[in-house]
Design a binder for this molecule. Structure first.
Ligand code: ADP
Ligand code: ADP
Length: 239
């Protein structure tokens, strides 16, 4: 039984722009799926329907055995808490500490919030440290987020997503603003979470060659339509 299933999903924006057109797609648990396509192809739209950042216009979308289309209130919050999200621009609270940013994953909401750090248990704080160590940033706990390099900020965002104990991580162009070396470490961090914790990871990328190196499967979008869907056979892959 797939973890995520798109059934004839279409999405038209309020201004009439077609975001997705009749998408049928099954994503098994534990897959590392990369979505490729030109800018405007619908990659971000497809990804953001999974945690209901975008609503679909027709069809059905099943996540972990239940249709997410009509979820509201605490059920919608539960869905979003179970899904980590990584953005191109990191979406950290810039003037807050790294610790605070990572702990925000615990509540599943990535913004500023009023309550103090005292809200979080010792166990949460320990988990935040472990999450940061996992991405090689254990010593940055008390740094302000905006004192870090782009690549470090993206790894803080990965630690924040990991704090959610997510079933799924959605990474929307996670490396688009990073240099090649940093790209490598961010992709490796995502791959490790996928392999060690069987978190289903879905990544939007422009680069097909990078996709081939990390993906279990690559799908291609064009004009909101699924135009390509192939597993990567790592065994016969030569480059
Ligand atoms: P990609 O992630 O592949 O660059 P998007 O999913 O962002 O593509 O966009 C798909 C299409 O939907 C594009 O034509 C884009 O301009 C349009 N689009 C995206 N978001 C909105 C929005 N909020 N309102 C109207 N059109 C949008
Ligand atoms: P990102 O996808 O990295 O957040 P974008 O520049 O693609 O950055 O989009 C910024 C915001 O504008 C998003 O909320 C997106 O949904 C919206 N948006 C994207 N394309 C369009 C569009 N064609 N018309 C209206 N809003 C759009």
């Amino acid at each position: 039984k797939p973890l995520i299933e798109f059934q004839h999903v279409s999405k038209t924006y309020d201004n009439g722009t077609i975001g997705l057109n009749d998408i049928n797609l099954s994503i098994p648990q534990g897959e590392f799926l990369v979505i490729v396509g030109l800018s405007g192809a619908g990659k971000s739209t497809l990804m953001r329907t999974i945690n209901r950042m975008h609503e679909i216009s027709s069809g059905d979308l099943i996540v972990d055995g239940e249709s997410v289309v009509h979820l509201e209130g605490k059920d919608l919050r539960r869905l979003r808490r179970s899904i980590g999200m990584i953005f191109q621009n990191f979406n950290l609270v810039k003037r807050a500490s790294v610790q605070r940013n990572v702990l925000s994953g615990r509540v599943g909401y990535y913004g500023t919030w009023k309550s103090t750090l005292g809200l979080f248990s010792k166990a949460d704080k320990q988990k935040a440290i472990e999450a940061l160590q996992r991405v090689g940033l254990g010593e940055k706990l008390y740094s302000r987020a905006d004192e870090l390099s782009g690549g470090q900020q993206q790894r803080v965002a990965i630690a924040r997503a990991f704090m959610q104990d997510p079933k799924i991580i959605l990474a929307d162009e996670p490396i688009a603003s990073l240099d090649p070396l940093t790209t490598e470490s961010v992709m490796n961090d995502l791959k490790r979470l996928n392999q060690e914790f069987h978190i289903t990871v879905i990544v939007n990328l422009h680069s097909v060659s990078l996709a081939r190196r990390f993906a279990d499967r690559i799908i291609g979008l064009r004009g909101g339509e699924l135009v390509y869907d192939e597993p990567i056979d790592k065994v016969t892959e030569k480059d």
